[in-house]
Design a protein. Structure first.
Length: 192
């Protein structure tokens, strides 16, 4: 592989990652803002503690007022646990990658990103044609690990379950995103 091809593959890899993961900018900005506010408050409190002669006594009085309002320690523990959970959620939201409902495939010459909704629509169209049903009687969802197809048959007309499952699998295989299928057929049909 020459250097131009390696460079292309690197670009494809970056583009595919950018298109399949959501930006964490907002969560990171919120976390940074919260941390800056807490840091400024701690700094102001520290300066007040050092500069004002009666600050220690006043701070102790305010702290005792807050703790006296919470007669049992359970309230303070609950507030602490809640603050810990909110902080942990902010940190995780800012740091962990967000996944978009898209799938990607790369070859030597092309990078392909397909939305899961587009794949689900393709499955619905193919199953509708194969089973002779209206598209409104079929719904599909393509998840990370499984494709679920829901059929509502026409009342009194049986549906070939195996044909529907095979068609869904064939559509996904043909476009290069195979996934196991789960087929759900409604007990009661619709009147045509």
């Amino acid at each position: 592989m020459n250097s131009a091809s390696k460079r292309e593959q690197s670009v494809y890899r970056r583009v595919v990652r950018r298109e399949t993961h959501s930006a964490r900018t907002t969560a990171a900005a919120v976390l940074a803002t919260v941390l800056v506010v807490l840091l400024v408050a701690a700094l102001a409190l520290g300066v007040w503690w050092l500069v004002a002669p009666g600050a220690r006594g006043e701070l102790a009085d305010r702290l005792s007022q807050v703790t006296s309002r919470a007669d049992d320690g359970g309230t303070l523990v609950a507030v602490g646990v809640l603050a810990l959970l909110v902080g942990l959620a902010l940190v995780l939201a800012a740091v962990l990658p967000g996944r978009l409902r898209r799938r990607a495939r790369r070859t030597d010459r092309v990078a392909l990103v397909v939305d899961d909704g587009v794949l689900a629509d393709a499955v619905v169209a193919a199953v509708a044609v194969r089973c002779g049903l209206d598209r409104r009687q079929i719904s599909a969802s393509v998840g990370r690990r499984r494709t679920t197809v829901r059929l509502t048959p026409t009342s009194g007309v049986p549906v070939d379950r195996q044909a529907a499952a095979d068609t869904a699998a064939a559509v996904l295989d043909r476009v290069g995103f195979p996934a196991p299928q789960r087929l759900l057929v409604a007990d009661q049909g619709v009147i045509s």
